[in-house]
Design a protein around this ligand. Structure first.
Ligand code: SAH
Length: 247
């Protein structure tokens, strides 16, 4: 197949992605940042991820990466196209739900609200899920060993090194509300899509909750869940921010 199809698809996807981010980013920049965890590592990871995102432009515009080309086939192209479409849809929905609470980095904004509805009802990190789907789409659509996986690799590194710091920040900010949110959601894949959701149920949820009945609160076990997850220390819990800061 003619690689120009792949070039057109990825170019269109990149434009949509940048447009969504620009529109929503503009809105959240109007709200003051009250806390920031933007260290040198975070800045380096962001630059790396953006480089990975833009590598396909080099593949499109110059012959530099042509040594790593392989023939384009219809099945990965169609699979990749589907991943890109679903990824962009989820990216737009996550931005719409987060609203002005969104930041490109680890930040808390003025009047920051913990969003747990919409696409945030099923997973804690739908925007990262969207970016994983997008990067998988890029990998499948681009018939090049460098440009194809560039975003999957660089975004994967950003995700792996950021996710615990982000959840720790959210725990410190929202305390028991975020602990409870962690208890009922997975990071990336909705519980319903997992083969055996019961195994992943946190220990304090009673079978009653499965039928939508009111669940008994068990803050100690919830806190134990957070400490086991390595996100907050026993010492911090004794300081009782997590146990007392619910609204
Ligand atoms: N990890 C989320 C959001 C990514 S944007 C996702 O993948 O969908 C990163 C910023 O979003 C963080 O700095 C944090 O301040 C904010 N954030 C993350 N989860 C949030 C939530 N559930 N509610 C409100 N803000 C959240």
């Amino acid at each position: 197949m003619n690689p120009w199809i792949a070039k057109a698809v990825i170019l269109a996807a990149m434009i949509v992605m940048v447009a969504i981010r620009a529109l929503h980013g503009q809105r959240s920049r109007t709200v003051k940042v009250v806390k920031s965890r933007k260290g040198p590592l975070e800045v380096a990871l962001l630059i790396l991820a953006w480089l990975g995102f833009f590598v396909p432009l080099f593949w499109i515009a110059s012959p530099l990466l042509s040594f790593a080309d392989y023939p384009l086939r219809i099945t990965p192209l169609l699979g990749g196209f589907a991943c890109l479409v679903v990824g962009l849809w989820l990216f737009q929905r996550s931005h719409a739900h987060l609203g002005t609470n969104w930041s490109v980095t680890l930040q808390v904004r003025e009047h920051h609200r913990l969003v747990t509805d919409g696409v945030y009802r099923h997973v804690r990190h739908p925007m990262y899920m969207a970016l994983f789907l997008y990067s998988l789409g890029q990998l499948l659509v681009l018939p090049n060993w460098v440009a194809g996986p560039s975003y999957l690799v660089t975004f994967g590194i950003l995700f792996a090194l950021r996710i615990r710091a982000e959840e720790k920040m959210m725990l410190e900010e929202f305390g028991a509300d975020y602990v409870a949110y962690m208890a009922r959601t997975k990071r990336l894949v909705p519980r319903v899509l997992l083969s055996n959701p019961d195994i992943t149920r946190p220990p304090w949820t009673s079978p009653r909750s499965r039928f939508g009945l009111r669940q008994r609160s068990c803050p100690t076990s919830r806190s134990a869940f957070a400490t086991r997850a390595g996100l907050i220390s026993h010492r911090a819990l004794r300081g009782s921010r997590v146990l007392t800061s619910s609204t």
